[in-house]
Design a protein around this ligand. Sequence first.
Ligand code: TYM
Length: 334
Amino acid sequence: MKKRVFSGIQPTGTIHIGNYLAAIRRWVIAQAEYESIFCIVDLHAITVPQEPKLLKAKNLEMAAILLAAGIDPGVSVIFVQSQIGAHAELAWILNCIIPMGWMLRMTQFKEKSQRQKEQVTTGLFDYPALMAADILLYRTNLVPVGEDQRQHVELARDVAERFNSRYGPTFELPEAVIPEVGSRIMGLKDPTKKMSKTGDEEGNVLGVLDSPDEIRAKIMKAVTDPLREIRFDPDRPGINNLLVIYELFSGESRAAIEQRFAGKGYAQFKAELAETVIEGLRPLQLRFRELMEDQRYIGRLLEEGAGRIRPVAEETLSTVKEKVGLGLPVLKGA
Ligand code: TYM
């Protein structure tokens, strides 16, 4: 049996090259080898306030980006999370076996809640339980994500183990698959923090749909250091991040890249990096624009995706409900 891959992405903010390099692009590769399911997680998106009309449009745009990047709906499933009710229902059941202490340890909640202060919702706190439900519903083996999601996938695994030991074997134990290079693409303006979809100063985030001019401008203004030496070095976060982006878009080895830019200035390196990124994103952008011309087609694919996968989710959920003892017993009488 083929192993099953599941991963998700929030349809909010700017979809950036961190999402693309660490997640989307690897999903495209994974689908050839594994049975793959990709989810646009709009229920996760509403853990922070969203404009309702915009959110629906974002679901569509997100699907178009995934398709344009090369997710093949004939091979993989793409669907919108809220179209399958089992996600929220399983999340509730899992809530009732997850110790508060596990959730309190989640670093992403700590970071996000510090930024949002009094606006923090219960949903934001509970986010990892919903993510565990996403993963466990489909008996997922592998979860390709960036480094920032590692802890959440580990929690999903712990929840699966806890459920299995309490109620008997039910869930597969999922494993995070994180790339060796580019698991944490950093901001262009602040390379000490990860590139993030929301709340960033101008020029920090390189969007997959950014125009060539935007890409050039942002890369030329990216923060580096005064050392003037173009070399991979994690202790020099600015230049290191740009080199990692170059490496991933060009496919060249580190040695070849360092040799190519030996003795050259940052401006020249940045100019070449910008052109490499522009070329790397060009097919996706072209295909995206074509796809957005026929929104009905995308809508149909999403409906079909949900239709194909809903029976799997419902079967898992009904097994879980049975094991937990929810609903009615076998009834006596006429
Ligand atoms: P999200 O939407 O924040 O990000 C989507 C994917 O992009 C990765 N990523 C990054 N990788 C490298 N560098 C960065 N700067 C960077 N920023 C984001 C993320 O690690 C992720 O793989 N909670 C998830 C969505 C989700 C999910 C799931 C994922 C919901 N349910 C089940 C896997 C399985 C999230 O918010 O990703």
